[in-house]
Design a protein around this ligand. Structure first.
Ligand SMILES: C[S@@+](CC[C@H](N)C(=O)[O-])C[C@H]1O[C@@H](n2cnc3c(N)ncnc32)[C@H](O)[C@@H]1O
Length: 206
């Protein structure tokens, strides 16, 4: 495996020294997409929020700033990501920020816990995405929002070839998958040709 491919394969599951470098890189490089996507949400004070595939924890910090007196949870399958996210959020760790290792396939949270769930540059790596989306719906409060942000929006083989374990979805495919999982009012927002946010709501009555 070439050095570039080894590095980018760490997007799927950061591990070791290269994984740590990738987490630093992603905390910086995903800032424009993440800030743009997070600004599409109308926040209220005191929200409880979850970032799935939290990587190096920069999104957790960004979420905290948007809702006063909020609590922010992060989950990631990678031990390296969890360690970095905890370090980046050390000041408020276990007070307002809670980070644990786990998968989107089986979220260790009770039904209806969250006002907002986010997923930045991560759904492309989730196995069995339809089941994962049902899990997201389960942990949201009725009326809660789910925001997916992605940079690769079409079948762009440049990235899927470079990064093992990655599936490219178009915004329309993600919109359909969200609808199939029970989400409503699903909007697609585009920033530039390769940046998209797909935001859906858990129905108020189900
Ligand atoms: C490309 S990185 C993005 C990290 C972060 N969201 C960001 O924007 O910088 C993808 C992250 O998703 C995590 N991930 C992959 N599959 C996952 C799963 N099934 N459940 C939870 N996290 C997962 C990876 O470990 C990795 O940290």
């Amino acid at each position: 495996m070439g050095i570039l491919k080894s590095f980018f394969t760490n997007c799927a599951h950061p591990q070791g020294r290269m994984g740590r470098a990738m987490l630093r890189f992603m905390n910086l490089c995903h800032a424009p997409l993440t800030n743009w996507g997070l600004n599409l949400i109308d926040y209220q004070d005191g929200w409880t929020m979850l970032d799935i595939g939290c990587g190096g924890g920069a999104t957790l910090k960004r979420l905290l700033k948007r809702s006063k007196d909020s609590q922010v949870y992060g989950i990631d399958i990678s031990e390296e990501s969890v360690a970095k996210a905890r370090k980046v959020n050390a000041e408020l760790l276990d007070k307002r920020v809670f980070v644990r290792q786990g998968s989107a396939e089986e979220l260790p949270y009770e039904d209806g816990k969250f006002d907002l769930v986010t997923a930045v540059e991560t759904v492309n790596f989730w196995p069995n995405l339809p089941d994962c989306l049902q899990e997201v719906c389960r942990v949201l409060k009725p009326g809660g929002k789910y925001a997916i942000m992605v940079e690769v929006v079409d079948n762009d083989s440049k990235w899927t070839d470079l990064c093992d374990g990655m599936t490219a979805y178009s915004p329309e495919q993600l919109q359909k998958l969200l609808a199939d999982a029970g989400f409503v009012n699903i909007e697609i927002h585009r920033k530039k040709p390769s940046n998209a946010a797909i935001i859906g709501m858990k129905p108020l009555c189900i």
